[in-house]
Unconditional design. Structure first.
Lengths: 590, 337
């Protein structure tokens, strides 16, 4: 519990709940607050799913329905306690969301929302047509929730129950997002390729997030069923599913507080509009959808961060407290001895349709060597790089890393074997701090998962992670910038941050893709110093680079490519003298 | 079930499937050019069918007023961004369509002319919807566009309720003849549906393969920045695409109107079935969308025979195996944003 409630702020929030219940509020407002709490619970799942991970679901209402109908049917027909029914509901929802997630999340982003629309509709019609579920009339006469003889299911007691569950979920999600697993989840929206290169299984995290969101919805449904004491399909249709998303977007899809603000505002507005608009129109009907529809478009256009962003502007930004100075160092992997063969690239080929982008490239890197891969634009350097790191599949040939064949493995598996890389175009999570971004590099050296993140049983490892991240940042001279948001950095520091992140992986081989591109002269000098320092520390490096001064300065061995083929290789001095290389770069006299 | 029932169901399914095919094509068209997953496609269907139904009663359909309202908003936005002249230009087509319809409504003109007027009114919605809701979001992610698209769907359904009321209408059949082929009866309307669907598909093909405008749209679909640098306006491309989508929607509405009672919110489900067809095609291939749509139509018609109350459940669950198949056959890319 002490781990879980890490700060006084949370304790105060939790203490506020019974206080509000004790206030002399009219019952009407307590009922409103109950609904807001229930909606917010579902919206919290959407924050995790849509705001943080960039996945959209219009089918959350269907998961609410699954929770509600499961408990309704079980308590009415089998006479079991609602508390048991909750877990059966969670199990069913878990299976259903796992299935939908596994089917859709491998494909590009827009297939999930489409699938959830269809899934929401199918479930709605199923609920509305099954005799066992009372068709469109639904199921009536549910018991209220109780512990022993104490009735929890109505009025103020239910308010306390709902809001305590909601706050627990809020704390859990907040903690999760500030953990090893959470940083992986935050990379899903914009930087999956980078995450995979850090050894993160992004597909598994996408499915996990989807199931978590479904579970939150299921709990809301379970509460709702016993609060209303009746269930019918209309509350779980597609319209409601869309409304949940709308609430989240209005409040602010990127933060947990957005879920609360959004559901509160929309619920109150909904009530007002439902009485006001039919009066204006003179007939009954759900005219509020017009307002919601237009508001949705306007908010996405003019306030894409939601209403919470207006509040957040005035909140003080707190810096992460450095509490990891005493933490133990992360274990390091065994390094190859100087001179040992680290990477053996043998006759690799890559064909894109009729184009042979890489044709028969082969070279070796020994431990403690800096090897440069150079060549004119379009020579196939980046493709070679992607072939070695597993981003692209080989057409022919093979690659061995520390004696093990790695060709055919995914970039994630290769990363876990101790090969770290940077990207030609910087890839990072812009709204995380430099320190957090760099800590992602050590992902595959650590183990604490989603549950540990939520419950904060991961503190020890988190401290180790941050200590390592800070150490790597200081190693390349970026210590003072560690609390800055990564997106605020200039190009040079961003590239250095990528190097620190790669170093955090404790690599046996470090691959840098054009690290000097876009750097200023001073920054290039600093980079060269860092590279030499790394070499002295025994790290092997493969460098794709255009900047000849830098390449000639730091590399021990150069591999020159032209039109996808190997032009020559040798020491920098040999390459500088080579007429074929000069011709490739400068052209020939005729 | 004997052969005759099966063939009746098959024909019935193919007829609906042909309409779904049109909607599926429109969905693919809109997505490839603008990356908008256009949920409100179905609203054009109900707008089309209901506009014709109201014209039949000799009244001025509410879509006329809605169109003028939307046109005014679009014109104001256009005025602010590119001046008075282009603002007025935005008003031109909608004013023409709604003016004509307003004038012609009490005259009880022949069905065909009323049909053309209905198509004209609904088609005019297309570019306006794009201008008002999507144009300024051209560079947003497909996800944002999808949510906006749902917002537009909400608004259009609500306006449908305001302007048409909660009552359902059945629009008249264009051709009441029946052809008896053994045990099978082919209605004139079914024949019209097939011919219209084929003709539209052929026209779309010609448009994209043979005209410069069509090629420009395809270029926009492949590379927006590149197309813009070559002088293709993405605004124009988007508006034109939405014009086509609205027209296809309206025509689909007129085709399906005689065989089912259309309510203000019926379009959504009809559109979604076209959607499943489009998903079968991975939102990219026209011929596969056509096959997918016929398949959806046939499944639906057999499902309504065997388990009529679970018809929708079966049709919409169909997307799961379809997605499974797609996820196994397509190579997924890591960076989709």
């Amino acid at each position: 519990m002490l781990n879980f409630l890490t700060s006084w702020k949370w304790l105060i929030l939790f203490a506020l709940v019974p206080l509000v219940a004790a206030l002399p509020l009219p019952d009407f407002w307590i009922v409103q607050l109950n609904y807001i709490g229930l909606y917010a619970l579902t919206c919290l799942g959407l924050v995790l799913l849509t705001g943080v991970s960039g996945l959209t679901s219009f089918g959350q209402a269907a998961f609410v329905g699954m929770g509600a109908y499961t408990t309704a049917w079980i308590t009415l027909n089998l006479g079991l306690s609602p508390w048991i029914a909750l877990f059966i509901g969670l199990a069913l929802t878990g299976v259903a969301s796992l299935l939908v997630g596994l089917l859709t999340l491998r494909m590009s982003g827009h297939f999930l929302p489409l699938a959830t629309i269809c899934w929401g509709l199918a479930l709605y019609y199923l609920m509305g047509n099954l005799d066992a579920l009372g068709k469109y009339d639904g199921l009536l006469g549910l018991k209220s929730l109780s512990i022993g003889d104490f009735d929890l299911g109505q009025g103020r007691a239910f308010f306390v129950l709902t809001w305590l569950i909601l706050l627990t979920a809020v704390v859990g999600v907040t903690h999760l997002l500030d953990s090893r697993a959470g940083r992986a989840i935050r990379s899903l929206k914009t930087a999956t390729q980078m995450a995979e290169a850090m050894g993160i299984n992004t597909f598994r995290y996408k499915v996990t997030v989807f199931v978590l969101a479904a579970w939150l919805a299921c709990i809301a449904g379970w509460l709702m069923a016993h609060f209303q004491r009746t269930v019918n399909p209309s509350a779980f249709g597609l319209k409601m599913g869309i409304e949940y998303l709308f609430m989240t977007v209005v409040g602010g899809v990127g933060t947990v507080w957005g879920a609360l603000i959004g559901s509160g505002l929309v619920k109150l507005l909904d009530d007002q509009l439902q009485t006001l608009l039919p009066k204006l129109m003179g007939t009954s009907g759900s005219y509020e959808v017009i307002v919601f529809g237009i508001a949705m478009v306007l908010i996405l256009k003019y306030l894409p961060e939601g209403l919470w962003s207006l509040v957040a502007r005035f909140l003080p930004k707190s810096q992460r407290k450095v509490d990891w100075a005493e933490a133990a160092a992360l274990p390091e992997r065994s390094k190859p001895k100087t001179g040992e063969l680290v990477l053996d690239v043998h006759d690799i080929r890559k064909q894109f349709g009729g184009l042979m982008a890489v044709n028969g490239i082969g070279f070796q890197i020994k431990a403690g060597q800096i090897v440069g891969l150079i060549g004119p634009n379009g020579a196939g350097k980046s493709t070679t790089f992607n072939l070695i790191t597993g981003v692209l599949g080989l057409t022919a040939g093979h690659v061995q890393f520390r004696g093990e064949t790695i060709s055919g493995k995914s970039s994630r598996e290769i990363a876990r074997r101790g090969m770290a890389r940077t990207f030609q175009h910087v890839k990072m999570v812009a709204d995380m701090t430099v320190l957090e971004n760099v800590a992602m590099g050590a992902y595959s050296r650590t183990h604490q998962g989603v549950l540990a993140g939520m419950l904060r049983t991961n503190r020890q490892e988190e401290k180790q992670l941050f200590k390592e991240a800070q150490r790597q940042l200081e190693r390349i001279g970026m210590g003072p910038l560690m609390h800055e948001l990564a997106g605020n950095l200039a190009m040079g520091p961003q590239r250095m941050m990528e190097i620190a992140r790669a170093l955090c992986a404790d690599p046996a081989l470090l691959l840098l893709d054009e690290p000097a591109a876009g750097l200023r002269h001073k920054e290039k000098q600093a980079l060269a110093d860092v590279l030499r320092q790394l070499k002295n520390e025994g790290v092997s490096l493969l460098l794709v680079e255009h900047d000849m001064d830098l390449v000639m300065d730091v590399c021990d061995h150069l591999v020159v490519m032209e039109f996808g083929t190997l032009l020559t290789q040798g020491t920098p001095a040999e390459i500088q003298q080579n007429p074929a290389v000069r011709a490739a770069y400068l052209g020939t006299e005729h | 079930m004997d052969f005759s029932i099966a063939s009746i169901l098959l024909l019935d399914g193919m007829t609906n499937g042909a309409v779904y095919a049109l909607l599926g094509l429109a969905t693919v068209l809109v997505f490839t050019v603008t990356r908008v997953i256009f949920i409100p496609q179905g609203e054009f269907v109900s707008y089309g069918a209901l506009t014709l139904a109201i014209l039949q009663t000799g009244k001025v359909p509410g879509t006329v007023w809605l169109l003028m309202g939307l046109a005014l908003v679009a014109a104001l936005m256009e005025w602010r961004s590119s001046g008075l002249k282009s603002g007025l230009k935005t008003l031109l087509l909608p004013a023409l369509a709604s003016g004509l319809t307003w004038w012609a409504a009490p005259l009880q003109l022949p069905l065909l002319i009323q049909a053309i007027l209905s198509i004209a009114v609904v088609t005019a919605f297309g570019p306006l919807v794009y201008r008002v809701a999507f144009q300024s979001l051209e560079s947003a992610s497909p996800l944002v566009l999808l949510i906006v698209s749902v917002g537009v769907h909400f608004a259009m359904t609500g306006f449908g309720l305001v302007f048409f009321g909660a009552e359902g209408y059945r629009s008249p059949s264009f051709w009441d003849t029946r052809f008896n082929l053994g045990s099978l009866t082919l209605t004139g309307q079914a024949l019209i549906i097939f011919i219209a669907a084929l003709a539209l598909i052929a026209m779309l093909w010609l448009f994209f393969e043979r005209t410069l405008f069509g090629k420009a749209l395809r270029a926009t679909a492949v590379n927006r920045t590149g197309a813009r640098l070559m002088g293709v306006s993405t605004h124009t491309a988007g508006q034109l695409t939405f014009l086509l989508a609205a027209m296809i929607g309206a025509i689909s509405g007129l085709l399906i109107g005689p065989s089912t009672t259309v309510f203000y919110d019926s379009g959504f489900l009809i559109g979604l079935k076209g959607f499943i067809a489009a998903v079968v095609a991975g939102l990219s291939s026209y011929p596969v969308a056509l096959v997918g749509a016929l398949f959806v139509g046939v499944v639906e018609s057999f499902a309504s025979f065997w388990a009529s109350s679970f018809k929708e459940v079966i049709v919409f669950t169909l997307i799961l195996p379809v997605l499974l198949w797609r996820s196994l056959t397509t190579v997924h890319s890591d960076e989709e944003h």
